[in-house]
Write a protein that binds this ligand. Structure first.
Ligand SMILES: CC(=O)Nc1cc[nH]c(=O)n1
Length: 115
């Protein structure tokens, strides 16, 4: 079995928040360290910058993908063009070839309260 620590939360840059909440961004490409999630898992999502919670997501699938094999389809699911996606991923993970595509849907956007 693959090693690594199961993720119990995930962060996104604030600039992706509206695309996630609107459903325009339905995948995220992560490195191995952030790939340890499983289909059906529900994860709280916070901003990277301020650690502000803004939704929960449900993981639909996790699929390995090489940087060199990114396609327009991946880009569309990130709400970007392919050149934009390549530039963004190269900035976040310089020189990294092995990525993991996490496909997700938003399941909750309101902090729950008791009472
Ligand atoms: C904070 C952070 O790493 N955010 C990322 C990284 C890769 N893809 C993405 O959508 N967000």
């Amino acid at each position: 079995m693959g090693g690594g620590h199961l993720l119990t939360k995930i962060t996104f840059f604030e600039r992706f928040e509206q695309d996630i909440l609107s459903g325009a961004k339905t995948i995220t490409l992560r490195d191995e360290a952030e790939s340890h999630v499983f289909a059906g898992q529900i994860l709280p999502v916070s901003t990277f910058e301020a650690d502000r919670w803004f939704c929960d997501i449900k993981v639909i699938e996790v699929v390995p993908v090489l940087f060199s094999a990114l396609t327009e389809q991946h880009a569309a699911q990130e709400n970007m063009t392919l050149p934009e996606l390549r530039r963004v991923i190269q900035e976040i993970y310089p020189g990294l070839e092995q990525l993991f595509q996490i496909r997700f849907c938003v399941v909750n956007t309101r902090a729950h309260s008791i009472n």
